[in-house]
Ligand binder design. Structure first.
Ligand SMILES: Cc1cc2nc3c(=O)[nH]c(=O)nc-3n(C[C@H](O)[C@H](O)[C@H](O)COP(=O)(O)OP(=O)(O)OC[C@H]3O[C@@H](n4cnc5c(N)ncnc54)[C@H](O)[C@@H]3O)c2cc1C
Length: 819
């Protein structure tokens, strides 16, 4: 190894991309387009020699998130024109994509997917089995209930697309070096300074790890966690088959776990076995370039059998090849993008779960923007590297969960579906206690969290369906008990941080949209905004003392919010952020009887006068020093009790004993959801996020705009106040009890599509289906505009009547909360 640059390798670059698969090439292409011509792409073999060369090349677009769908739509737009731009063939064909449904439940799922597509602006059409067969004559349709067709889906030649992107990158000044290996990344003062390659050292500002399945081991060298593992993935290529034409749409047959595409007059057929085989569990072989694994017919046979029922011609077709290639998969089936929270200027684009060709164009664009601007072009939370956390450190756990996700690729995506592998992992001290009382747990970021409680004799297990699920009545009872008496929620999984140091107030005053510079004991609900005024974090800040703040945020946002706060502490300020999540358990005691019960077990005075809403006091409860936060997310009088973990069980038992005379009960996260929907409390990552400002979300009341205090995002809000908003978060209700709202239903105003539901559920007090969603209008959206429209929702492709509301459906004046 030498630390001198080789003859042809530059010694300096602004950005070094590691990996010449489709993702690295696309990132290089977009950086070139953005004027970053001093970008270098380093590939240890030849371009495409990793996973890309052996992909099947289907390009589908629809995902369950609008922005990720938009990203894939961007790929299609790019691939359409790339060949013309670079004069390098791409094999792009826009023949459309078919998806079959063979059961009534699957048909419901497909219809709901079609509505999601409509919400996101895609023209997904529903077809009868015969209409589907007209598009794909070689298939049988005896068992087909219906199909969906997306005309803009397509297919490409993965290697050609990649080489075309690489050519486009070169045309914009990017340099590409093959047969060069990145051996190490040098870090100084917590940020990237250089890469060491097999041909010398390159000093650089930023590194982008696009190493595909090797990204985890590559990132580990610099302490960055990229939770992905390799899984074998196979597809078969046949000889020519009579009747297979080049204009055939791609075909997905999820009930038979398989997909198809035309390939030089024959078929490519692949799929997702329920028992996926992990690969490279003990490390990667040397020089795995343009390499495949041995065909595994024994394992693939299960898919062949399923496919013969769909395409009988396969029985007699000659098989050209059974490709077995490893691909990187992730625990939640989504790819991984963004700047690593562990290391400044180190970016990742990896883990493409067998849709890297479909996502490559858009992912490269987003990653390039992230590299150049320090943030993605729009909210990409479902693929953001910061969605992972402590649970994703252990590779064995990551593999277990990933194999489950792999096996579920084509199985029904049920509403409220939970994973089952690698559980339980993170447990609150009350776990056993709650389990013995019937808790049915869900999981978030590795934490077990009670979703609902089974009655005596009832099994604590979700039974999935698109109709009302088995827990519906239980949640209704928990909801009612919270509204009428008192319940306890175990919310120990909340992420909790402390910001300490003499400049903590100054730092938070800049980062928070609301005013946190209040006296010790004050509690502030606040957002943290980006420069566009978008909501990056939504949390509670408690002032403990002059130089100490306690910050509470949602379970899933632990890594993201920690990273956001840390990154935005202005330079030179003395304020240190510490994650104290494991140190505190949280019991939320909610309901009109909460004061009576809590007062029974503390000597401290908790009357409204002594302990008003929006404040914190440390109470002595059952032998424990308890930080009690007078706050609520369910719209009732109540306290969040933050308890040093080792005391939590005692406090819980004391509460339950004291609450007996008030019929105290346990309640879970599904009740919280129903309660908060009635109260109009927003949820980050669905109702609010980086693309939504507090003005659009109806949360301007939580911003210190009336005070002369500068804060991050203020300028954007002020401008928006003058210009007016172009979208507004509204509440909708549907009276028909047979309708089930799940989110993503399309909103129509006077017959025109104006948005979709960001979250939805059932409100047990108001006895209505409730949904929230943004109404959009380029000309501006104000109350008059909103009130003057008549609204409908599209649910599973059918329009239903709905009402619009502008205040919370339950206790709009907060009287119940502030009593
Ligand atoms: C059988 C199969 C079928 C598939 N079908 C489809 C499909 O139909 N549609 C679809 O969208 N996707 C499909 N995929 C998925 C798709 O192939 C991948 O998601 C995509 O190719 C991933 O691209 P990448 O750039 O992330 O990784 P790769 O192509 O693996 O590129 C990573 C590169 O990094 C290089 N590298 C690693 N470490 C270093 C280092 N230290 N220094 C220098 N270089 C390094 C490697 O050599 C490699 O070339 C399929 C995958 C398989 C296995």
């Amino acid at each position: 190894m030498t630390d001198l640059p080789s003859a042809d390798l530059p010694s300096e670059a602004r950005v070094v991309i590691i990996g010449g698969g489709i993702v690295g090439a696309s990132t290089a292409y977009h950086l070139g387009k953005m004027g970053y011509s001093d970008t270098i792409l380093i590939e240890r073999g030849k371009l495409t020699s990793g996973t890309t060369f052996h992909a099947a090349g289907l390009v589908g677009q629809l995902r369950s998130n609008a922005n990720i769908t938009q990203l894939l739509g961007y790929s299609v737009d790019l691939y359409k024109n790339l060949e013309k731009e670079t004069e390098q063939a791409t094999g792009w064909k826009m023949n459309g994509g078919l998806r079959l449904a063979c059961t009534q439940e699957r048909w419901t799922e497909v219809k709901r997917q079609a509505t999601t597509a409509h919400s996101f602006g895609l023209d997904m059409q529903l077809l009868t089995p015969k209409e589907a067969q007209d598009l794909w004559p070689m298939m049988t349709i005896d068992d087909v209930v219906g199909a969906a067709f997306l005309p803009t889906d397509g297919q490409a030649n993965p290697s050609d697309i990649t080489l075309s992107l690489a050519k486009g990158a070169r045309m914009n000044g990017v340099s590409i070096y093959e047969d060069t290996e990145v051996l190490d990344v040098e870090v100084e003062d917590g940020q990237v300074v250089a890469v060491m390659t097999s041909k010398g050292r390159i000093k650089c500002d930023k590194v982008v790890n696009c190493c595909g399945q090797w990204a985890r081991q590559e990132a580990k060298k610099v302490g960055v966690n990229v939770p992905l593992v390799s899984v074998e993935h196979q597809f078969m290529i046949t000889e020519k088959i009579e009747g297979i034409t080049p204009d055939l749409p791609t075909l997905r047959d999820p009930d038979r776990l398989t997909y198809y595409k035309e390939d030089v007059g024959g078929l490519v057929m692949g799929g997702y076995e329920p028992n996926g085989i992990p690969w490279a569990t003990k490390g990667f072989p040397e020089k795995f370039q343009f390499s495949l694994l041995d065909s595994n017919w024994d394992h693939f046979e299960q898919l062949v059998e399923l496919s013969l029922g769909r395409v009988p011609a396969l029985e007699t077709a000659g098989v050209r090849e059974l490709i077995n290639g490893p691909e990187s998969f992730t625990p939640d089936g989504n790819f991984i993008l963004g700047e690593a929270p562990e290391l400044k200027n180190y970016f990742v684009g990896a883990g493409f779960n067998a849709f890297g060709i479909a996502s490559g164009g858009g992912a490269g664009m987003a990653l390039a923007e992230w590299v150049v601007n320090g943030e993605p072009p729009y909210d990409l939370w479902p693929v953001d590297i910061r969605r992972f956390g402590r649970a994703h450190f252990d590779t064995d756990w990551v593999r277990k969960r990933t194999l489950e996700a792999y096996g579920k690729h084509y199985t029904m995506a049920w509403p409220f579906e939970e994973h089952s592998s690698g559980r339980p992992n993170r447990r609150s001290p009350l776990y056993d206690q709650l389990k013995s009382q019937g808790a049915c747990f869900g999981e978030k970021l590795g934490w077990e969290r009670p979703n609902w409680f089974a009655r005596e004799g009832q099994e604590a297990k979700d039974i999935y369906t698109f109709n009302r699920q088995n827990w519906f009545e239980n949640v209704g009872e928990e909801h009612k008990l919270t509204r009428e008496n008192i319940t306890v929620f175990d919310q120990s999984s909340f992420a909790k941080f402390k910001l300490v140091g003499p400049d903590s107030e100054k730092a938070l005053t800049w980062i928070c949209a609301n005013d946190v510079a209040k006296k010790p004991g004050s509690l502030t609900y606040t957002q943290m905004l980006n420069d566009r005024g978008g909501i990056e974090c939504d949390l509670t800040v408690v002032r403990i003392s002059n130089d100490e703040f306690y910050i509470v945020t949602g379970t899933g946002y632990a890594t993201h919010d920690f990273d956001w706060i840390k990154k935005n502490i202005p330079e030179g300020l003395n304020a240190q952020l510490i994650d104290v999540t494991s140190g505190y358990s949280v019991l939320s005691v909610m309901g009109p009887c909460a004061r009576k019960v809590l007062q029974k077990i503390t000597d401290d005075n908790i009357s409204n006068e002594s302990f008003p809403f929006g404040s914190m006091q440390t109470l002595g409860v059952a032998g424990a020093p308890v930080m009690a936060l007078r706050v609520t997310y369910v719209g009732e009088l109540g306290w969040e009790l933050h308890i040093p973990t080792e005391f939590a069980l005692n406090v819980y038992q004391a509460l339950m004993a004291a609450g007996q005379e008030f019929s105290i009960g346990n309640a879970g996260y599904r009740a919280i959801e129903s309660l908060r929907l009635e109260k109009g409390y927003r949820a980050w990552s669905s109702d609010i996020g980086p693309d939504h400002t507090p003005l659009e979300a109806g949360m301007a009341w939580a911003c210190k705009l009336k005070k002369e205090i500068d804060f991050k995002g203020r300028k954007a809000l002020e401008l928006q106040k003058i210009d007016g908003v172009k979208k507004s978060l509204c509440c909708f209700t549907v009276d028909d009890p047979s309708i089930i709202l799940l989110g993503r239903e399309t909103i129509y105003r006077n017959g025109e599509r104006v948005g979709w539901l960001t979250s939805a559920g059932f409100g047990f007090t108001v006895q209505k289906n409730i949904g929230y969603g943004y109404v959009r209008n380029q000309e501006g959206v104000d109350r008059t505009y909103l009130k003057s429209g008549s609204y409908e929702l599209e649910v599973g492709t059918e329009r239903v009547a709905c009402d619009i509301h502008f205040t919370a459906l339950y206790d709009p004046k907060m009287e119940k909360v502030k009593q």
